[in-house]
Design a protein around this ligand. Structure first.
Ligand code: AP5
Length: 210
């Protein structure tokens, strides 16, 4: 698929400081939409999957620990990922809005994030959860396998990633609902720009209430 151009920020978009999560199963378009949200709402995009892939590519100690786990479609240990996120969040400017992509992925990670943000005097302001039927997710990832050859886009690893999502990641949404954080479920099927229109509207609604 040819990536559509990322639109410039709408000057009428709200300028509130936000901590947001882009959430959804593998292949739902988190990374694709995050690139647009980053521009539109002036947010720093922090993707744990991208950070880990960069560590793997550089052959660092973290990368060596994560490579085999990621290729199998499993989740890397909470302690490792919590340390990575804590260090990145600690480096963000207090006047910066941040969009987390791929984190938290377990209820333990969500609790750890709450503590990290509380120490910085911040909290999760919204969650945008992309909803895409599983058959379409698998098709997208198998298609990407042919184009990009990502190590975890094999059929076996994709199935394991889906399993991990349902077993360990989906319950994270309830953590936020229970805490009263706005969770916007957005249909992730359609052209990338169409999905972005829905994501943008959902964030504007939430930001308008802050
Ligand atoms: P991560 O990189 O987060 O991967 P993922 O969740 O499996 O998600 P993907 O990157 O595959 O998909 P996406 O939802 O971002 O969609 P995308 O925009 O890319 O994590 C990888 C691994 O790292 C994990 O399995 C785990 O091992 C480890 N990890 C990461 N974070 C962790 C954590 N917190 N704890 C523990 N382990 C962690 O789109 C997918 C494809 O679809 C692309 O080809 C795209 O072009 C296409 N596409 C997007 N939108 C559309 C559309 N609307 N229509 C058609 N095609 C579309």
């Amino acid at each position: 698929m040819v990536a559509a151009a990322v639109p410039h920020r709408d000057p009428r978009a709200p300028r509130v400081l936000l901590i947001g999560l882009i959430f959804g199963p593998p292949g739902s378009g988190k990374g694709t939409q995050a690139a647009r949200v980053e521009k539109e709402f002036d947010m720093s995009h922090l993707s744990t999957g991208e950070i880990l892939r960069s560590e793997v590519a550089h052959g660092s100690a973290v990368g060596k620990e994560a490579a085999r786990i990621m290729a199998a479609g499993d989740l890397v240990p909470d302690e490792l990922i919590d340390r990575i996120v804590e260090s990145r969040l600690g480096r963000t400017n207090p006047t910066e809005s941040v969009l987390l992509d791929g984190f938290p992925r377990t209820t333990q990670q969500a609790k750890a994030l709450d503590l990290m943000l509380a120490e910085l005097g911040r909290r999760v302001d919204f969650v945008v959860a992309l909803d895409v039927p599983e058959g379409l997710l698998v098709d997208r990832l198998l298609h990407r396998a042919q184009v990009e050859g990502r190590a975890d886009d094999t059929r076996e690893a994709i199935m394991e990633r889906m399993h991990e999502y349902h077993a360990r990641t989906a319950p994270v949404l309830d953590h936020y609902r229970r805490a009263g954080v706005p969770v916007a479920e957005v249909e992730g099927v359609g052209e990338v720009d169409e999905v972005f229109d829905r994501v943008r509207d959902a964030i504007k609604r939430v930001a308008g209430r802050i």
